[in-house]
Design a protein around this ligand. Sequence first.
Ligand code: NAD
Length: 509
Amino acid sequence: MNRDFLQELGLRADNDGTSTGTSSHHNPGVHLSSYSPVDGQLIGRVSVTTREQYDAVIEKAEAAFLHWRSIPAPQRGEVVRQYGQALREHKDALGRLVSYEMGKSLQEGWGEVQEMIDICDFAVGLSRQLYGLTMHSERPLHRMYEQWHPLGIVGIISAFNFPVAVWSWNSMIALVCGNVNVWKPSEKAPLCGVACQNIWAGVAKANNLPEGICNLINGDYQVGEWMTTDTRVPLISATGSTRMGKIVAQTVGARLGKTLLELGGNNAIIITESADMDLVLTGALFGAVGTCGQRCTSTRRLIVHESRYAEVRDKLAAAYGQLRIGDPLDQHNHVGPLIDKDAVAMYLKAIEGIEAEGGETIVPGGVLEGPGYESGCYVKPCFFAVKADSKMARHETFAPILYIMPYATLEEAIAIQNSVPQGLSSAIMTTNMRESELFLSAAGSDCGIANVNIGTSGAEIGGAFGGEKETGGGRESGSDSWKAYMRRQTNTINYSTQLPLAQGIKFDL
Ligand code: NAD
């Protein structure tokens, strides 16, 4: 494996894990070792942030906030523009690191960096559009309006599967809003965090910015808990499992802090009688096996009209037979590894559970062995026919496991789709306008994302991204998601010589 990209990103075999932007503190104590799921090799080590270092980072961030918030928003946007430019220059290397450390295909690694670049562009435009409303006051010679101010420190906790893009969705928007951020990446992909921080350090230095605007801390959930319990961090944006989100919501809620939660999904495609089969096959296959089934928007369930059920099952089974599984940096392969052996164990346990509840195997699973599969993380994407009330299909197993189930009426299909606890992404394949409109109506999909004739995965940054129910309710990225990173202030100004009270109240002395 050619590892030149590590050098380009400023990564050494033994990296530092805590940084406030332009310099770093070395912690010779505990380390996170990052092993690649691609070949099982050690990529590098990152030192775990100590409590003392954490407090120093927060103090630096607090001081940096006072400076950063005073810079006009469009000038903050200019710094973000430069960060986007730096990402363009390092796109190849950073995409390779994402692919090598996380295991997604090189195309998807580059795609993730492209998403970062796109969100920078979006944030630059947004830096001139942080609009508030003006209202008509009920009192004479008064003016009333609202404005948006930054919150302070935004704490970002991210998952392993999008090890760079999720941070940028949060941080680039938070930055133009005038916030500073502290990022705790997943302990399963820590080098991606160090690489993004190194690129930031170059931009910060070129602009003579102080340390503490973008900050990095590293470790497992315990380091994350320092932030969730810390009243100096007014907003926690957490991406990961529903299990984690429930704990984070309660911890931050107990101190009445704000949370933005992006949690698990259990995404379905409804395939109707009139569906275009070419779209179905591409959408379902990429949705189910892309990123080895480790996207929050991965397709996990196909709910198929009984008249098309056998056709979808058989054509998709044939398409599974064409998949090439192997090194994700080799562009001939379609499917790379799972993140680690724990994920492989969960995948195998889920298959056992499906078989135990009577699921019918259409494409069998299994762990791959032999040359090229030495890491032990390569598994076969698999496909099962289950009943609509399958218990296993209610869970998000973060692996390439697809369920298929039949339906008779569209109302029934929508009810099956909405019957799971999660509410992230959904799709319908139809050429019937009445069906697509019902699916998109208030009586249709209950998810944060509802698509017609495209699959469940692959959202664009321009829309608000997130989901309902156990997905956590947060919205990130485009549309007006920026409002989550700001506080709204209503201002009323009296330019008369009287002091009339609202609601006509008299208070004569
Ligand atoms: P995870 O929940 O195991 O970990 C996510 C992050 O939370 C890690 O950084 C971890 O250290 C931290 N963490 C865990 N417990 C914590 C606690 N008690 N306090 C503070 N921090 C804590 O998730 P994962 O395995 O890395 O990622 C997979 C999950 O993420 C899937 O469920 C997937 O659907 C979800 N996900 C959701 C979205 C979305 O936008 N909705 C995006 C990506 C991933």
